[in-house]
Write a protein that binds this ligand. Sequence first.
Ligand SMILES: CC(C)(COP(=O)(O)OP(=O)(O)OC[C@H]1O[C@@H](n2cnc3c(N)ncnc32)[C@H](O)[C@@H]1OP(=O)(O)O)[C@@H](O)C(=O)NCCC(=O)NCCS
Length: 231
Amino acid sequence: MSETHIVDGEALQFRNLKYSDLGPIAALNLRAFQDSETYQWRFRGVSSAALVAIVKHFGRKAYLDPHVNCKVAYTSSHPYLGFLAYEQLPPAKLSYYEKFIKWVNSLYERFLYWWYDASAVKRRMQYNEVQYGTMLYKTGLLAQPNGFLHVHLISVNPDIQKKGVGKAILNIVHRDADKYRLPCFLVASTAGFGMYEHLGYRTIATTELRDDETGELVKLSSGMIRDAKKD
Ligand SMILES: CC(C)(COP(=O)(O)OP(=O)(O)OC[C@H]1O[C@@H](n2cnc3c(N)ncnc32)[C@H](O)[C@@H]1OP(=O)(O)O)[C@@H](O)C(=O)NCCC(=O)NCCS
């Protein structure tokens, strides 16, 4: 049985992401990641309208991907306290319909970058994905016979951080990981690194993110792993 976590006197609850949540979740993520050096670098120079539209699109991408589990954390008086997106890799095969939806969504993404004149964001996102993908490859996790759980994103409303919500959200992933004896992988933000170490993750690989215009180091990103539970 999982323990109920209490936040400001109310029980923390979780539900699956709904389409109508995409706006409020984008707003939550933008607030939570406003100090993140990777967010500031990825979105440098774009208008606030573009920022909201692109971050909302990332949520939509996760929502429309049948492999990605998206959870919203809330209490009876706070509808949006946190967000989680994670998936089990390697993924199961997509149906033709699911592939079609992904393709339409990728066209929409191209449209967004064009509409908001955000080719620099597109370039940085692609570079970012290649760097993280290469780091994941180096970990050897992709060769795990039973796969692993990849935490894509976790965020907690800044008004309610340091009250155990992040840990309660991650416990959703850890319960699955322990049940199926799977390792967990994530790329840590600066804000999340200490919490992940505290919760048993260790750095397994690192990668540099360098600015495309100045060549300066934006961040040395850590890929972290939580080992699978032993018998
Ligand atoms: C990172 C984040 C999710 C943490 O959420 P949170 O609700 O503030 O964290 P919690 O209160 O649940 O902390 C859980 C545990 O980790 C510990 N912890 C948290 N930050 C820590 C740190 N920097 N160093 C060491 N331990 C830390 C807490 O003390 C707590 O320990 P306990 O269970 O023994 O009491 C939140 O700060 C956030 O959303 N940040 C912005 C977005 C972000 O960077 N997300 C991570 C993306 S990889």
